[in-house]
Design a protein around this ligand. Structure first.
Ligand code: C2E
Ligand code: MG
Ligand code: MG
Length: 426
């Protein structure tokens, strides 16, 4: 699916008038402050000139002034509407002849009454449109971001970082998670939190996920070669899947094509789906996951425990990995109940025969709590931040985590070593 196509599909078939009103409102709101003020000044000047050229206020009622007044109301709100209306009152009053040819001034009562109309309508308009402005503004931002994202993808500004996932007992590499980044020309490196919403709202997420999946497959092939050369087990590469992708009818075919074209070994790839995407309809979700499993990849439930308790649902799903949300871990240290909870999840994982990964390990206390409650694998800043491919190469090649991972952390906690050829590769 192309960018923007989904937008066009979901928009109702508006009448031409509605479309015109909506696009006018959108472009008004989208104007920058400088462009907005310039448009108001230009509107006032054009209104004065038009009234003058048409022979003065006797020949033409100066309705032109409503254009800059309404623009100011929508773009800047009631205060700007009031100021523009007062300026219009003066321009259309003492500064405009009643009759240009005769150079007759206007009566005060006439232009004061008109000024009252201008201000009342301007302020009322601002009050009326204000409540709907945030949602219109958000829509504009999303469209703008989606367009920028499409251009970024085409310009090669998106790239993937890989965060190591490690064995707790040895600090050796278990797998890596592919996490998308945007190398923005003005704003620097952006995390997904800054653009995923726009990508999801516009449908651009499908292209984004396809890009990340292909990159991850290519790296998986490279890392397999590197690791085998070193006599180590190749790290698995896990990739996040969005709702739009999970629900796309052509997803399986696309993934299969990418696996084939890159030559990636499906068993080295793991797809992560957040728990919240699976609770709507258990049967449908289970069928979708079974379709993915048929590719030969592994499946993980991401952010497990994040607001939903679908423990019973887990049994329905053909999953291999359970990633426990970092919110659990944050609460686990210092609270017996919370630490019982993460222990309970460990028991659950064992009974379901799935691999358990704790997300967001930041401190040694958290690591100790995990080991104590039976966890074996973890991901978190304590071990490494999301890294560049070269850093992962180096990890596989030399067994040392590069300084770039987190220079603020004491060296003794940064040991991520070679993939362990002797560990059972879960
Ligand atoms: P996630 O899949 O749960 O990925 C883990 C997130 O937690 C990453 O954030 C990672 O940097 C962060 N993290 C890891 N360890 C720690 C830690 O110890 N402390 C803290 N505070 N954070 C930690 P990131 O890269 O910002 O990604 C956020 C979310 O964006 C991901 O959560 C995932 O849901 C989504 N995402 C990332 N890349 C992609 C992608 O390519 N496609 C899709 N659909 N979603 C993606
Ligand atoms: Mg994830
Ligand atoms: Mg997660």
């Amino acid at each position: 699916m192309r960018f923007g196509q989904r937008e066009a599909e979901v928009l109702p078939r508006w009448r031409a008038g509605d479309r015109f009103a909506s696009s006018t409102l959108s472009s008004t709101l989208a104007a920058s402050p400088i462009a907005g003020v310039s448009a108001i000044l230009a509107g006032l000047a054009a209104s004065w000139i038009a009234t003058y050229l048409l022979g003065g206020a006797r020949q033409v009622v100066p309705h032109f002034y409503y254009v800059p007044i309404l623009f100011a109301a929508v773009r800047f709100g009631p205060v700007a509407a009031l100021v523009t209306a007062l300026a219009s009152g003066v321009l259309a009053g003492p500064l405009t002849y009643l009759d240009v040819a005769g150079q007759t001034p206007q009566e005060t009562a006439r232009w004061v009454t008109r000024t009252v109309f201008f201000t009342t309508i301007g302020v009322a308009m601002a009050a009326l449109v204000r409540p709907s402005l945030p949602s219109i503004g958000a829509g504009i931002r999303h469209r703008r971001d989606a367009r920028a994202l499409r251009e970024a993808l085409a310009a090669g500004e998106l790239f993937v970082r890989y965060q190591p996932i490690v064995w707790l007992n040895s600090g050796r590499l278990h797998s890596v998670e592919a996490l998308v980044r945007w190398n923005h020309p003005q704003r620097g490196e952006l995390g997904p939190g800054e653009f995923l919403d726009a990508a999801e709202a516009s449908g651009a997420i499908r292209d984004l996920d396809a890009f990340v999946f292909e990159q991850a497959c290519r790296q998986a092939v490279r890392w397999k070669g590197l690791a085998e050369h070193r006599g180590a087990a190749p790290p698995r590469v896990t990739v996040n899947l969005s709702r739009a992708n999970l629900e796309a009818p052509d997803l399986i075919g696309q993934l299969r094509d990418t696996l084939q074209s890159t030559g990636a070994d499906p068993s080295q790839i793991c797809l992560e789906v957040t728990e919240s995407l699976l609770i709507d309809d258990l049967e449908v979700s289970a069928a979708r996951l079974a379709g993915l499993k048929s590719l030969g990849v592994r499946l993980a439930i991401d952010d497990f425990g994040n607001g939903y308790s679908s423990l019973s649902a887990l049994d329905h799903f053909p999953i291999d990995v359970l990633k426990v949300d970092r919110a659990f871990l944050r609460r686990a240290t210092g609270s017996t109940d919370a630490s019982n909870l993460i222990g309970g999840i460990a028991l659950l994982a064992r009974s379901l025969d799935v691999t358990l990964i704790a997300e967001g390990v930041e401190t040694l206390d958290q690591r100790d709590a995990l080991i104590y409650t039976g966890y074996e694998i973890a991901q978190g800043f304590l071990y490494a931040r999301p890294l560049l491919t070269d850093d992962i190469d180096e990890l596989i090649d030399t067994g040392h985590i590069p300084e770039t991972a987190d220079p603020t952390r004491p060296r003794r906690h940064t040991s991520v070593l070679l993939p362990d050829a002797h560990s059972p590769h879960q």
